[in-house]
Design a protein around this ligand. Structure first.
Ligand code: SIN
Length: 539
């Protein structure tokens, strides 16, 4: 299969790119699950934007949004990335609205949007659609993409590896030619050719036992880019969301995976401990609305200090506004048997967002020619050491436009810079089912528990090294499965998770300080000398 653009992933970044690129050439979008199964569709809170005067809060401006982003990012944000993305937010909102996204309007002045607040934001600037903003955006993008000529949408197609001019699996000589793709229904691996490949595969929350992410968040794009030789940055900065529902009645990972949006705190809910005391103010004067790294660490400390399994989110200050503004959260909690209007919500932190990723410039360009990365899989420098809430949907949509503009200038369809060498097809063509699927599930479990126990909110070198040793065996087993011709979604996901976990551990071991979402007891201070990105590349 050949197309001008090959987009891997169907969240806001991938689909927004595809819709625009389709005006210039043929676009193939592949996703390993269904189109709606993305982190985007799961986003609750919203998308941050300083709107034009008259529509925004009169106290707000881009300079404040920039300052808030820099402050949350712990000194590692790239100023140019922050400025550009913040300043292009209003335009990106217009684009989403044109594709059919309906953001909530102000009750009293319906010509204005209703603007919410979240941790680390000094003003109200979060556009939202109640508490299912991601679903609203994803639905409008999927519907638009389905109607757009020139786009082929392929669900249940899993990208196995990028094809580059280098030998597959060795150091690349820097040009992308396409990707090998597993068609899940038939087990066949096909060659998809394109000299413009856009990675928009999202994050890697499933590397941890407790995560707010959907099952699909297995670091696929990141691991593929790593294997192809792209530079990867800042993987130690895994953001933990402070408030996931803690459900002691549920057994296993589901117990801690339902997100209770930060927007709930933005509307006035407060974190308390089991004795009803507000404790986050012991750590930061902004209390429950401090940036996420601070709040997550405060909860972790409180849980360890008190021995309680969780803390609580008290939504009583919101009164009826809670169920009106957050119907999805309220109703979902009811299905778990918890009525938040009667009792505070038990919550714990869970892995939420990968702040690092495949290094790109502000046009989404990676270090491999023709390979672009946008959205959570990428590291543009916007988030630094800790992402400001609701900046991720914003980044995904802004960077989709910037990447397309760059491609159209550098090598638009029809003007291929170089002729493509012959691509060798996938060696076996057929994927054999693994004989011992149960081993894969055990390995997956072991990996996620190891990461949760040794590489989460508070780290030490010893814990990191222990995790690293455990990964050696897992890596060996994955290699045996994979090269034993075991190309199934389960083994591909495990392979990518092991790679991603290794990148997180290796990056964390390199950072001899605490900063943003990387906190280690061995180096508790933030050090000026360490104020630089961690860079990793496969040689
Ligand atoms: C939330 O709703 O709390 C998540 C928003 C985000 O991660 O930006």
């Amino acid at each position: 299969m050949t197309s001008d653009f090959l987009v891997i992933g169907s969240g806001v970044a991938g689909l927004s790119f595809a819709i625009k690129a389709a005006q210039h050439g043929t676009v193939t979008v592949i996703t390993k699950g269904e189109l709606m199964n993305s982190n985007t569709a799961w986003a609750q809170g919203g998308i941050s934007a300083v709107l034009p005067e008259g529509l925004r809060d009169p106290n707000d401006d881009c300079a404040k949004h920039i300052d808030d982003t820099l402050d949350a990012g712990g000194g590692l944000c790239h100023h140019d990335a922050v400025q550009i993305i913040v300043e292009e937010a209003a335009e990106t909102i217009e684009e989403l609205v044109a594709w059919g996204t309906e953001f909530d309007r102000d009750h009293e002045e319906p010509e204005r949007y209703s603007l919410g607040k979240e941790g680390g934001h000094s003003e109200r600037r979060i556009l939202h659609a109640k508490d299912t903003t991601g679903r609203e955006i994803a639905t409008s993008l999927v519907e638009t993409a389905r109607k757009t000529k020139n786009i082929t949408l392929l669900e249940n197609h899993y990208a196995v590896d990028l094809i580059t001019t280098g030998k597959l699996g060795s150091v690349t000589d820097d040009r992308v030619l396409g990707a090998y793709v597993l068609e899940i229904a038939t087990g066949k691996v096909h060659t998809f050719e394109s000299s413009r490949v856009i990675l928009a595969t999202g994050g890697c929350g499933k590397v941890y036992l407790y995560t707010t992410n959907p099952d699909s968040a297995t670091g696929d794009g990141l691991a593929m880019a790593w294997r192809a030789g792209a530079t990867i940055s800042n993987m130690e900065f895994v953001q933990f969301h402070p408030t996931c529902f803690y459900n002691p009645a549920a057994n296993g990972p589901e117990a801690r995976s339902f997100l209770v949006s930060e927007a709930v705190r933005g509307e006035g809910a407060v974190l308390i401990n089991h004795k009803g005391r507000e404790f986050v103010t012991d750590h930061d004067p902004r209390g429950s609305l401090a940036p996420r790294d601070i709040v997550a660490r405060a909860i972790d400390t409180e849980i360890k200090r008190t021995g309680a399994p969780c803390v609580f989110l008290d939504v009583s200050p919101l009164g009826n506004h809670f169920s009106e503004r957050f119907p999805f959260i309220h109703e979902t909690l009811l299905t778990y048997g918890h009525d938040a209007t009667k009792k505070p919500i038990p919550v714990v932190p869970a892995a939420h967002y990968q702040c690092g990723g495949v290094v790109t410039d502000l046009q989404g360009k990676t270090t491999i020619r023709g390979l672009y990365a946008i959205g959570e899989v990428a590291c543009t420098g916007l988030h630094g050491a800790n992402r400001l809430a609701s900046n991720s949907l914003l980044e995904g949509n802004v960077m989709a436009r910037r990447a397309l503009d760059a491609i159209m200038k550098a090598f638009p369809p029809g003007k291929e810079a170089l002729s493509a060498p012959e691509i060798r097809s996938w060696e076996s063509g057929d994927a054999a089912p693994p004989d011992e699927l149960v081993n894969i599930y055990h390995n997956w479990d072991e990996l996620r528990r190891t990461m949760q126990d040794y590489v989460s909110i508070v780290r030490t070198d010893n814990r990191l090294l222990r995790a690293s040793r455990r990964l050696i065996n897992l890596r060996k087993e994955v290699r045996e499965f994979y090269w034993g011709n075991c190309v199934t979604p389960e083994i591909l996901e495990l392979r990518n998770l092991v790679t991603t976990a290794s990148l997180i551990i290796d990056s964390a071991l390199q950072r001899k300080e605490s900063r943003g979402s990387h906190h280690t007891l061995d180096y508790p201070e933030t050090k000026e000398a360490c104020k630089k990105d961690t860079l990793l590349r496969r040689f």
